[in-house]
Design a protein around this ligand. Structure first.
Ligand SMILES: NC(=O)C1=CN([C@@H]2O[C@H](COP(=O)(O)OP(=O)(O)OC[C@H]3O[C@@H](n4cnc5c(N)ncnc54)[C@H](OP(=O)(O)O)[C@@H]3O)[C@@H](O)[C@H]2O)[C@@H](O)CC1
Ligand SMILES: [K+]
Length: 478
């Protein structure tokens, strides 16, 4: 249920079903049936135009048309006359359609109240051209609700990219599982509301992509019990800079709210007063000079993790502090200034990273460290392998990848998270979970989930400082 399958993996489970004796015709009939059921649930009886393409996505469209017509709905199917007839499930579905069939160019969209998009599914391989391009443009411009079969036509299933021009659906009924295009931009926007419907295939045996959900990490998160004390819940250090102190203070609040037993802000002496006054329940320590930083860090009792970057300047001193922290091989979050500090020589950072590190770059910071091309999943995975650590690549379609394989994609996207300080909250949440014993991948995924859930519940007008207060209610629900 939480796996996200690439087109090749979908084809694997489809072939496995065929090898077990199921026919493609039967799978297509099931797909058409579940989609028709969703149409009946979502819409009142209305006139429908089904756009059928040349492959099996079009075949699904013909089945849906037949099922809706059987329910008494007025349905017309549009497909291209130039499509060569050939044997196969889609051909059979087309020949079972006894209703009206027109060419794309003869569609009068104003005659319809619902468009069903069965032009292309996971088989789209290249940019769309006419006649498909024009029909997609006209469908989008019509203002009529569009329900896409499996994926919005024109979107690449594995990357979420728009191949020339793509359907903007109000609903997408994803068959069997989500595909990356339902989660990655711009496919996520083109999909509208995505609903996953089972068509009876077996799960893929070795999934590598997952949609972020508590089921992936909640067994690793332990709520405190009566035997806990502040030390057993973990002591974390946040390295605060002399200026831009708000960032580390936000991280501190998030780390404490998510359950760290103790948080110490380690900062230059001139900033101690600001950090001390930030709240009542945290500690502050100072380091007069980078040369005594390690000594100060080592003197902290029961230290379980470190965060550096929020509010840190991208300077040689920051690089030195990062090197000293990485030498400890302990759970570490590197964010913001701690990443940008290595922009001129990323290798200086990359060769020292280890499996207990989480990097939380946004796209700009990512590009400063890695020159990797490809879609967001490929870039994050490859970077994690290069860096041998966990990477959370932020955005409205956050991707979290590890050096050892699994990739988690955030399904929520909260537009009002795009405001100053929310990244500092995220890195603080990750630190707070790392010191409680979660592994980097689980800590990053849980932190990102908490951030999105809290933001969603706050709504437009959110300030970063509103988020920590929402955390207890959310933790109670896990
Ligand atoms: N997986 C499952 O178990 C099940 C999957 N099902 C359904 O099947 C869908 C996948 O079907 P599919 O493989 O036939 O691919 P589909 O997306 O219809 O398109 C392929 C056709 O489009 C053509 N074509 C490609 N790009 C083009 C372009 N730019 N411009 C023009 N033409 C282009 C391509 O031509 P070719 O590249 O081969 O020349 C080929 O003819 C899947 O999304 C789901 O809806 C269900 O039926 C049941 C079970
Ligand atoms: K489609």
């Amino acid at each position: 249920m939480f796996e996200v399958l690439l087109a090749e993996q979908m084809r694997h489970i489809e072939s496995a079903a065929v090898a077990e004796g199921q026919s493609i015709e039967h799978l297509m009939e099931t797909a058409g049936e579940v989609i028709a059921q969703e149409v009946l649930r979502l819409f009142k009886s209305c006139s429908v135009i089904v756009l059928a393409g040349p492959g099996n996505n079009g075949g699904d469209g013909f089945v849906v048309a037949r099922k809706l017509e059987e329910k008494g709905w007025p349905v017309i199917v549009a497909c291209s006359k130039t499509i060569p007839s050939k044997e196969g499930a889609a051909f059979k579905a087309r020949s079972q359609w006894k209703g009206t069939l027109i060419d794309y160019q003869d569609i009068h969209f104003k005659d319809f109240a619902l468009i069903i998009d069965g032009l292309f599914g996971i088989g789209l391989s290249k940019h769309i051209d006419d006649p498909y391009k024009t029909v997609v443009q006209k469908a989008n411009q019509s203002g009529i609700p569009i329900l896409a079969i499996d994926i919005p036509s024109g979107i690449h299933s594995d990357s979420g990219e728009e191949l020339g021009y793509a359907i903007k659906a109000h609903y997408t009924i994803a068959l069997q599982t989500l595909k990356p295009c339902h989660l990655l931009l711009p496919g996520k926007i083109h999909s509208g509301t995505t609903i996953v419907k089972d068509i009876g295939l077996r799960p893929f045996p070795t999934p590598t992509l997952f949609v972020n959900a508590p089921e992936l990490w909640k067994k690793h998160y332990h709520k405190p019990n009566l035997t806990d004390n502040k030390y057993t819940r973990g002591h974390g250090v946040i390295v605060g800079g002399a200026h831009l102190t708000g960032a580390a203070r936000l991280s501190m609040l998030a780390a404490r709210r998510v359950g760290a037993g103790l948080i110490t802000l380690l900062c230059p002496p001139e900033a101690q007063i600001i950090y001390s006054l930030a709240s009542l329940g945290h500690l502050t320590q100072t380091y007069e000079d980078v040369s005594i930083f390690s000594e100060k860090l080592n003197s902290i009792t029961n230290l379980k993790g470190v965060l550096i970057g929020p509010g840190s300047p991208p300077t040689q001193d920051t690089r030195t502090l990062v090197h000293k922290i990485l030498k400890l091989k302990m759970p570490t979050v590197l964010d913001a200034g701690a990443l940008t500090a290595f922009a001129e020589n990323p290798d200086e950072l990359l060769r020292e990273l280890h499996e207990n590190v989480v990097l939380t770059p946004h796209e700009g910071e990512f590009k400063r460290l890695f020159s990797i091309s490809g879609n967001k999943i490929q870039r994050t995975s490859e970077a994690a392998k290069t860096a041998q650590c966990t990477i959370l690549l932020k955005g409205a379609d956050t991707v979290i990848a590890t050096a050892y394989g699994p990739v988690i994609i955030e399904s929520q996207g909260v537009p009002w998270l795009a405001t100053g300080g929310t990244g500092d909250i995220l890195s603080g949440l990750i630190l707070g979970l790392l010191v409680q014993g979660l592994k980097p991948l689980e800590a990053a995924a849980m932190a990102n989930w908490i951030l999105n859930q809290c933001a969603h519940s706050i709504g437009v007008g959110l300030l970063a400082e509103d988020i920590p207060l929402q955390i207890p209610k959310l933790l109670a629900s896990i």
